[in-house]
Design a protein. Structure first.
Lengths: 119, 243
């Protein structure tokens, strides 16, 4: 692996990691969602600095080109993270539903129904 | 949280979404037939005057801040009934397709104590209108699936005219109750959570079609029903609710 390629990959991984840490610090990204991205940044960094590892994995899995190993695991990661988000969205949907129900029940009990405002 | 009012036995629940044209007449009719039974209308974020119409006719009205789905509207009613100490709840659709005079049959069936969920079936009684062939096949399919899965004959799993007791209210509020299309999967998951189900005949009159099953929705409906039927029959022990 040429030096400039190595440098580019390592620089991108470091930039990604800095960006993740910074968004967590600014409370724009919650810790429980950050770990997946920290993990991915870490893996890119390790593979950039140690390309022989990628070569080893490629040979062990019987894949011909190392780039296909990257594509395969990249795709797997995308599938996994999207599934993870679907689960989170479902959870949030259930919570919003229950909140709206509780709000409407409380309003009825307090006898202060919302005005017939524009929706 | 639970307060018990021994005088309050039964609650009539009507979930509505944009039923301003019919809800006042329906609530009036019910109030005249059963002056001592409170009527609760859950307005699922209607854009019309459904809530005001229902209130004018003498119903207790609960309004969702936005549209949540027909199942969620029923579930809000179940929560209200549970916390208000009601022992029976009968729910019917807001478009006047169900006959208020038949509410008493549900109350009787529940008070006999042999069922926790009483489902009104238009196919056991008189069906005053012809279903389109597509819907007919769909309904036959779902009643067949439902009957096979729970090993009890169910003729009308899509009926919105049902009665439940306190036990069923607890199961449907503490555990799963579908947010949309609460039809066959409610019956199946009720069965697997230990509720006893009974069907009684009802008369259904034709209404202006507010059917959701239009266009692509029918495919979503079939997919959703098959998946949730399958999943309901898988979830056994984890969903059991202790009383």
């Amino acid at each position: 692996m040429p030096f400039n390629q190595k440098l580019l990959a390592a620089a991108m991984a470091v930039a990604l990691l800095i960006f993740i840490v910074e968004t967590v610090r600014r409370r724009k990204l919650r810790e429980e969602y950050a770990w997946l991205w920290v993990l991915i940044g870490g893996i890119i960094l390790v593979l950039a600095l140690w390309p022989a590892l990628l070569q080893l994995i490629t040979v062990r899995l019987g894949i011909e080109l190392p780039i296909n190993t990257v594509f395969f695991f990249g795709l797997m990661f995308m599938v996994f993270i999207n599934l993870h988000f679907s689960v989170k969205i479902s959870e949030l949907t259930n919570q919003v539903k229950r909140l709206a129900q509780e709000l409407s029940l409380t309003e009825e009990k307090d006898g202060s129904p919302r005005e017939e405002e524009e929706r | 949280m639970e307060t018990s009012h021994p005088n309050l036995e039964t609650l009539i629940l009507i979930p509505v979404y944009n039923e301003g044209a019919s809800i006042r007449v329906l609530v009036r009719e019910i109030r005249e037939l059963y002056p001592r039974i409170p009527v609760l209308v859950v307005d699922d974020g209607s854009r019309d005057n459904s809530a005001a119409e229902a209130r004018a006719a003498g119903a207790v009205v609960i309004r969702h801040p936005f549209n949540l789905g027909d199942g969620a509207a029923r579930q809000t009613g179940f929560l209200y009934a549970l916390r208000g100490g009601f022992n029976c709840l009968v729910h019917l659709d807001g478009d006047r397709q169900h006959a208020p005079a038949e509410i008493a049959r549900f109350v009787d069936a529940l008070q006999q104590g042999e069922a926790d969920l009483v489902v009104g079936s238009r196919f056991l009684g008189e069906c005053a209108y012809q279903l389109s062939p597509g819907r007919k096949i769909g309904m036959k399919l779902f009643s067949l699936i439902c009957s096979l899965v729970i090993r009890q004959k169910i003729t009308d799993p899509t009926s919105g005219f049902r009665g439940i007791n306190r036990r069923a209210m607890t199961v449907f509020t503490r555990g799963y109750y579908p947010q949309h299309f609460p039809d066959a999967d409610v019956i199946i998951s009720a069965h697997f959570r230990g509720l006893r189900i009974r069907e009684i005949p009802i008369t259904v009159s034709p209404t202006r079609s507010t059917s959701l099953h239009r266009g692509g929705t029918i495919f979503y409906y079939i997919y959703k029903m098959l998946l949730s039927t399958f999943v309901s029959s898988l979830r056994l022990k984890r969903d059991q609710i202790k009383f």
